[in-house]
Every structure is written in C-alpha cells, then in structure tokens.
Design a protein around this ligand. Structure first.
Ligand SMILES: *[C@@H]1O[C@H](CO)[C@@H](O)[C@H](O)[C@H]1NC(C)=O
Ligand SMILES: *[C@@H]1O[C@H](CO)[C@@H](O)[C@H](O)[C@H]1NC(C)=O
Ligand SMILES: *[C@@H]1O[C@H](CO)[C@@H](O)[C@H](O)[C@H]1NC(C)=O
Ligand SMILES: *[C@@H]1O[C@H](CO)[C@@H](O)[C@H](O)[C@H]1NC(C)=O
Ligand SMILES: *[C@@H]1O[C@H](CO)[C@@H](O)[C@H](O)[C@H]1NC(C)=O
Ligand SMILES: *[C@@H]1O[C@H](CO)[C@@H](O)[C@H](O)[C@H]1NC(C)=O
Ligand SMILES: *[C@@H]1O[C@H](CO)[C@@H](O)[C@H](O)[C@H]1NC(C)=O
Ligand SMILES: *[C@@H]1O[C@H](CO)[C@@H](O)[C@H](O)[C@H]1NC(C)=O
Length: 303
C-alpha cells in the first residue's frame, strides 16, 4: 500500500484535504475482478519496460494491493499513479480508457508521452493530473459534467488548444485548475474568475480579451497566474476582493493601466509580477506608507 502519491510537497495540502483518504489508504484491499481490470489496462498501454518502475512489476501472482502505483482502501482500488512511466501512444476512448473501477478517485498520469484527446473520466474522480504529456485536442465542450467531484485538475504542459469551455465552471468543487503551458485561445470565461478556486494557472497560452472583472467577495484565490498570454485592457478592480492572494503573476501580457493601488488590500501577497506590461504613472500609492506587508518579490521589469 502506497501513500507516496501524496509525497511531493505540492500535494501536501491536498493530502490534508483528503485526510480521511490518506489514513484509509494505509489498510486496503484490491479485489479479484479489479486485479484483472488492472492487468487488462497494463496490456493495452504502450510503455518502455526499461524505464517503467511500476507497471513493469504488476504481476498476477502478487495481490494487486501491493502493486506500485495502485492505492486501495476497504472499498478496493481508489487511486492509480502511473506518473513518469514512459507510457506513449493514445488511450482508447471508444471504451472508457481507464479501468471501470467504481471508486477510482485519483488518476495521476503526469509525465508520460500520452497523445490524442483527453481521456474520458468517471464522474467520481477527485484528483486528475494529466500534465506533462503530449495530449493535443480541444477540451470537450461539456467538460464540467465530467468533473462534478473534482478538486484538482491539471492539463499543464500539453498541446491542448481551442477555447476553455464555460462548462468547466460547473465543476463547483474545483480548488486547483492548472491549464498552463498549452495553446488555449479565446477569452477567459467570465464565470471562471468567480469560481471558488484556490489556484488558477493559465500561464503560457494564447488567451485574448481582458481578465474578467468577476472576482467575487468570496474570492478564495491564493495563486492567480496569467503570465504570457495575449490579454489586454485594464486589471479588473474586483481583484481587490481576492484578499487571500499570495501569488499574482500578470507579467508578459498587454495590460495597460496605472499602478494597481487597490491591490494594497491584498495583505497576504508574497509575489507580485507585473513585468512587461504597459503600466504607467508613479509606482506606489498615495496615502499609504507600506504596500503589502508580506511582499517578498515585486517584479516590475520591462522586456
Ligand atoms: C488481496 O488480498 C485481500 C485481503 O488482504 C483480499 O480481500 C483480496 O481478494 C486479494 N485480492 C486478490 C486479487 O486476490
Ligand atoms: C522519471 O523517470 C526517469 C527514468 O525514466 C528517472 O530518471 C526520473 O528520476 C524519474 N522522475 C521522477 C520525478 O520520478
Ligand atoms: C462498470 O461497472 C459497473 C458496475 O461495476 C457496471 O454496471 C457498468 O456496466 C460497467 N461499465 C462498463 C462500461 O463496463
Ligand atoms: C506528440 O504527438 C505527435 C502527434 O500528435 C507526434 O507526432 C509526436 O511525435 C509526439 N511527440 C512525442 C515527444 O511523443
Ligand atoms: C511546456 O510544455 C512543453 C510540452 O508541451 C514542454 O516541453 C516545455 O518544457 C514546457 N515549458 C515549460 C516552461 O513548462
Ligand atoms: C467584490 O465583489 C462584489 C460582488 O460580489 C462586487 O460587487 C464588488 O464590486 C467587488 N469588489 C471590488 C472592489 O470590486
Ligand atoms: C480595502 O479594505 C478596507 C478595510 O480593510 C475596506 O474598507 C475597503 O473597502 C477595501 N478596498 C477595496 C478596494 O476592496
Ligand atoms: C505614514 O507615516 C507617517 C510618518 O512615518 C505617519 O505620520 C502617518 O500617520 C503614516 N500614515 C499612515 C496612513 O499610516
């Protein structure tokens, strides 16, 4: 039984979200029919056996609760961590490409060479990491319906393109949405900045239009990164509602604005990047002796 799925520092906060999950994961079982579903999966995947450290050891003579990359609890298999397994090729979307496991909450396929469209996901999934692959397609227009229980969703560093469907805002429980380093274009859906997200990472895409002025009074964002897009216009004043912001990176877009003094209310801000925009006027704010007491990095450089 492995809990190392959550070992990386970045995932520690998630582990506390899933605290009961992490504790359950200590004692679990992998049932007979699940073992054969997992073996079927192994047979359909193309992976480099010389580089694989998990799949390559999946052995039908060993109880699947002991397989690397498989997490179980008393309900059976609840997590699949096939990250960094040098899996290539396309997942077969004609059937569900992932095994039909009724309690599969965690799907981690990070750092492989998977290509083609987004694999079909089951609605119970809480954690989906497909980052650092070679997926290239539009996101299905009804993506929000795929993710009714999803807290973490990362498609970072792939070749996804097209616009970000508005339906993603139906994924109400989302706390982390990372679409960075793809080729998304079009506008940022207005509903996206009024969701209850903690992390919204859209950096390195080709998004156009303005940053929507729809940050709500309940704004829970700790990180907002839109660096490296084709956004223009002014910074939205409703951003002042996001008093929990720690990292605000709006560098390398085409914002044209005076220095955003209203950000002075963001007392948690550690990192503020405004580089390579068209900010003008004096830096700093009248009637304020110190802006952002926590600020550690302020990047105002221009190209
Ligand atoms: C694995 O072991 C558990 C009990 O520890 C058992 O319930 C389960 O059926 C076993 N799985 C297989 C595939 O034999
Ligand atoms: C990923 O796998 C490669 C071997 O294919 C290994 O060298 C590297 O350390 C692994 N990275 C992680 C983060 O596990
Ligand atoms: C998935 O499993 C459930 C119950 O275990 C079953 O009702 C359903 O038909 C299965 N779906 C597919 C596509 O096999
Ligand atoms: C990525 O996918 C494309 C096909 O969409 C393929 O031509 C290319 O070789 C893949 N790159 C890698 C690194 O696997
Ligand atoms: C962006 O993603 C590509 C793969 O699509 C990767 O090769 C590149 O290193 C990534 N760049 C950054 C800065 O993350
Ligand atoms: C904060 O959000 C509310 C809507 O919930 C909005 O009316 C208000 O203008 C926002 N605050 C700022 C400073 O924009
Ligand atoms: C900034 O915070 C003060 C109280 O801390 C509040 O009165 C004011 O309306 C806030 N300004 C904005 C732009 O949210
Ligand atoms: C700013 O500092 C000056 C002197 O250091 C002090 O008199 C003034 O009250 C301060 N203003 C605010 C708004 O804190």
């Amino acid at each position: 039984m492995r809990v190392s799925l959550f070992s990386s520092l970045f995932l520690m906060p998630l582990c506390s979200l899933f605290l009961s999950f992490c504790i359950y994961a200590v004692s679990g079982q992998c049932l007979g029919n699940q073992q054969s579903l997992l073996l079927q999966l192994k047979n359909t995947l193309v992976f480099n056996t010389a580089l694989s450290t998990k799949l390559v050891h999946w052995d039908q003579n060993v109880n699947c609760s002991l397989w690397e990359g498989v997490t179980c609890d008393q309900r059976g298999v609840i997590g699949l961590d096939l990250s960094n397994e040098s899996i290539s090729g396309q997942l077969d979307n004609s059937n569900s490409p992932l095994p039909n496991l009724s309690n599969l909450f965690v799907v981690d396929l990070r750092s492989n060479q998977l290509q083609g469209p987004l694999p079909i996901l089951k609605p119970n999934v809480n954690f989906v990491d497909l980052s650092w692959n070679n997926f290239s397609s539009n996101i299905p227009i009804n993506i929000g319906n795929w993710l009714p229980n999803t807290i973490f969703f990362s498609l970072a560093s792939n070749r996804f393109h097209g616009s970000i469907p508005e339906s993603i805002c139906n994924a109400a429980p989302l706390e982390v949405l990372d679409l960075s380093n793809n080729s998304f274009s079009g506008a940022i859906p207005r509903c996206l900045t009024s969701m209850n997200l903690g992390v919204l990472d859209l950096k390195r895409n080709s998004l156009t239009g303005t940053i929507p002025d729809t940050f709500s009074e309940q704004c829970a964002l700790q990180t907002l990164d839109v660096n490296g897009n084709l956004l223009d216009g002014k910074l939205p004043e409703s951003l002042a509602n996001c008093t929990k912001l720690e990292v605000l990176d709006i560098g390398n877009i085409k914002v044209e604005d005076a220095f955003p003094c209203y950000l002075k209310n963001l007392s948690m801000l550690h990192v503020l990047v405004l580089r390579s925009n068209n900010f003008y006027g004096p830096i700093g704010c009248p009637r304020l002796n110190s802006t952002c007491p926590m600020l550690q990095i302020l990047d105002l450089a221009s190209k």
